[in-house]
Ligand binder design. Structure first.
Ligand SMILES: Cc1cc2nc3c(=O)[nH]c(=O)nc-3n(C[C@H](O)[C@H](O)[C@H](O)COP(=O)(O)OP(=O)(O)OC[C@H]3O[C@@H](n4cnc5c(N)ncnc54)[C@H](O)[C@@H]3O)c2cc1C
Length: 415
C-alpha cells in the first residue's frame, strides 16, 4: 500500500482541486490522484468566464430541433459524429426527454443557485488562497447581429431576472459607441453585469499550489485503474500502486463514467468536446468578455492574452484537433470583430466538458456506496461552479449543514 489517507480525490481538474482545498479546510487529510498533470483536462484551455447568466440548461424546449438544424449547417457550433455508440444514443434520448419547459425551469433555478453562490464566494476564495488568475468582475456581454434572435432571447432574460440575475439590454448603435472593437451591424447586446472572468489555467495552478502549501498531496501521472469498496472505506489501484482512504471523491470530469464503472456506477455523462485558440492580445480587443451569439463563440480578453472558444461536438473520447472547428472559431469572430485574432497564436486546444444528461452537476454520495462521493457533470460551467461545488462537497462529506440545497444535484436522481 502506497498510502492510507482520509480522503482520496480522483481527478485534479478545477472541481477535484477546489473540493480538495475545501475538504482540507475542514480538517481532512486529502490526496488528489491525477492521471496526467494537475489541470490538464477541460480545466486548462476553457474560456474562463464566470457566468450566472448561463443558468439556463442546454436541455431546453426547442433544443433538439435547433440541434438537428445545426447538423445540416456547415460551421455550426454543434456536431454529432455519426457512429455506433449506444451510451451516446441513450444520453441523447434522455436529454431530449428533459428538453421541456418544466424540467428547464427547475434545472435553471438549481443552476442559478449554485452559480450565484459560487460567483459570490469567488472574490473571497481567490483572496484567501492568493490565486493569481486575472479575476475581474467584468460582466459579460451577449452580442447579437440578428434582431430576431435577440427578441427570442427575451423570455430567457425574464426568467434569469426572476432568479435575481441582473441583465441590461443595450441597443446596437449605443453599444458600438462604447465598444470600438465591434464591427457595424450589431442589433443589440444583453449585458450581464454580475458575470466575471479569470484565466482558468492560472486559477487551477493557484488551487494546486494552495493545496500543496497547506499540506494536501497531489500525485500526478497516477491514473486510477480500479476502485473497491472495503466496508470501512475505499481502496484504489493506480498506475503508482495502491491507496486506501476513508472517503473517495470522484471528480474525473468527462472520464468519470469510465472510472465509476469500476464501482458499478452508471454516470450519465458524455464528453462534450469544445475547442479554443489562444493568442497574444490584439490591439483592438473588446473591453470585457463577449459571446457572439449567432455563432456561439466566446471571446475572453486578459492582460496576458486573448481566447476564442466554443463548439459542442459529440465525438466520444476522440482526441484529435478538428481543423474545420478551429477555423470556424476564427471565421465566426471575423463576422463581429475588427481584429478577430491576436498577432501571435499561442495554443490550439480541445477539452471534454463533462455533460450530464440533464446538464446539472452530480454532487453527493454515490448511490449504494457509503464512502464514495461524486463531484462531476459540470458541463459548460465547471469553473463558474467551482467554489460552491467545493464547499458543498466538504459539507456533504463532513456531514455538515449544506449552504445550498443539494437535492437537485443528488446523484441518486439517476439511480
Ligand atoms: C471550449 C470550452 C470552453 C469552456 N468555457 C468555460 C467557461 O467560460 N466557464 C466555465 O465555467 N466553464 C467552461 N468550460 C467548462 C469547464 O472547462 C469544465 O466544466 C471544467 O473544466 C470541468 O472540470 P473538472 O475538474 O470536472 O474536469 P477536468 O478539468 O477535465 O478534470 C478531470 C481530471 O480527471 C483526470 N482523470 C481522468 N481519468 C482519471 C483517472 N482514471 N485517474 C485519475 N485522474 C483521472 C483528468 O486527467 C483530468 O485532469 C469550458 C469548456 C470548454 C471545452
Amino acid at each position: 500500500m502506497e498510502g492510507s489517507d482520509d480522503v482520496l480525490i480522483v481527478g485534479g481538474g478545477v472541481v477535484g482541486l477546489a473540493s480538495a482545498l475545501a475538504l482540507l479546510e475542514t480538517g481532512r487529510r486529502v490526496r488528489v490522484l491525477e492521471a496526467g498533470t494537475a489541470g490538464c483536462g477541460s480545466s486548462h484551455g476553457n474560456c474562463g468566464t464566470i457566468t450566472p447568466s448561463h443558468a439556463a440548461p442546454l436541455a431546453a424546449p426547442g433544443a433538439v430541433a435547433k440541434a438537428l438544424g445545426w447538423m445540416l449547417t456547415p460551421d455550426a457550433p454543434f456536431y454529432v459524429k455519426p457512429r455506433f455508440d449506444p451510451a451516446l444514443w441513450r444520453w441523447m434520448l434522455g436529454f431530449a426527454a428533459r428538453s421541456n419547459p418544466r424540467d428547464w425551469k427547475r434545472a435553471m433555478a438549481a443552476r442559478a443557485a449554485i452559480l450565484q453562490a459560487s460567483r459570490d464566494a469567488l472574490p473571497e476564495w481567490i483572496a484567501r488562497y492568493g490565486l493569481d488568475c486575472e479575476f475581474e468582475p467584468s460582466g459579460v456581454d451577449y452580442v447579437y447581429r440578428d434582431a430576431r434572435e435577440l427578441e427570442r432571447f427575451g423570455a430567457e432574460i425574464d426568467a434569469l431576472r426572476a432568479l435575481g440575475i441582473a441583465a441590461e439590454v443595450i441597443d446596437g448603435p449605443a453599444y458600438l459607441r462604447e465598444e470600438p472593437a465591434l464591427r457595424e451591424g450589431v442589433a443589440g447586446v444583453v449585458r450581464f453585469p454580475g458575470d466575471a472572468r479569470l484565466r482558468p489555467d492560472r486559477y487551477v495552478a493557484g488551487l494546486a499550489r494552495a493545496l500543496r502549501a497547506r499540506g494536501g498531496a497531489i500525485v500526478e501521472q497516477c491514473a486510477v485503474e480500479a476502485i473497491e469498496a472495503t466496508g470501512a472505506g475505499v481502496e484504489v489501484r493506480t498506475a503508482q500502486g495502491r491507496f486506501a482512504a476513508r472517503d473517495l471523491v470522484l471528480a474525473a470530469g468527462a472520464w468519470s463514467p469510465k472510472v465509476g464503472r469500476a464501482l458499478g456506477l452508471r454516470i450519465p455523462v458524455q464528453p462534450g468536446k469544445g475547442y479554443s485558440i489562444t493568442y497574444s492580445r490584439p490591439a483592438l480587443a473588446p473591453k470585457r468578455p463577449i459571446v457572439l451569439k449567432e455563432r456561439s463563440v466566446c471571446v475572453t480578453v486578459w492582460d496576458s492574452g486573448y481566447r476564442l472558444g466554443s463548439t459542442m461536438e459529440f465525438s466520444g473520447y476522440d482526441a484529435s484537433l478538428n481543423r474545420r472547428r478551429l477555423d470556424a472559431l476564427e471565421r465566426g469572430a471575423a463576422e463581429y470583430l475588427h481584429e478577430p485574432v491576436g498577432p501571435r497564436k499561442e495554443e490550439e486546444w480541445y477539452g471534454w466538458r463533462p455533460l450530464a444528461i440533464d446538464d446539472m452537476p452530480l454532487i453527493g454520495r454515490a448511490p449504494g456506496h457509503a464512502h464514495v462521493w461524486l463531484a462531476t457533470g459540470h458541463g459548460m460551467l465547471g469553473v463558474s461552479m467551482s467554489a460552491a461545488t467545493a464547499r458543498l462537497v466538504a459539507e456533504l462529506v463532513g456531514g455538515a449543514a449544506p449552504h445550498l440545497d443539494p437535492a437537485p444535484f443528488d446523484p441518486a436522481r439517476f439511480a
